[in-house]
Design a protein around this ligand. Sequence first.
Ligand code: NI
Length: 129
Amino acid sequence: MQIDHIGYVVKNLEKALVEFEKLGYEKCSTFFDDEKRKVRILFIKKNDYILELVEPKDESSDAYAYYKKLQNGPYHICYKVDNIDESIKNLVEEGYLIVKEKSAAIAFDNKNVCFLYKRSMGLIELVER
Ligand code: NI
């Protein structure tokens, strides 16, 4: 599985972007408004690293729980996979729990994504290539 991005929860996308830009990050997407997940998203890049800045729109967003715990900070690693159903099955066999069933994500051109969790690992995301 190849790393696609690191998810980084923030209170305010615009304010975080200003700080990341000061450190040499550049925007590499438009702002996405994901109504289904109640988040706003922006991808930024530095060297070969892509961060997904995720701003929970309100407390009902799953990402809000991570914001509450971490404040601004990284909270998931996302991997690109060829066959998301097969990868989910393999990870479930490894003891991962499906946090959110796979569903299309606007920030990924409506490709399917799925979040899984394992206590000794943390939160990971899969995205179809
Ligand atoms: Ni992500």
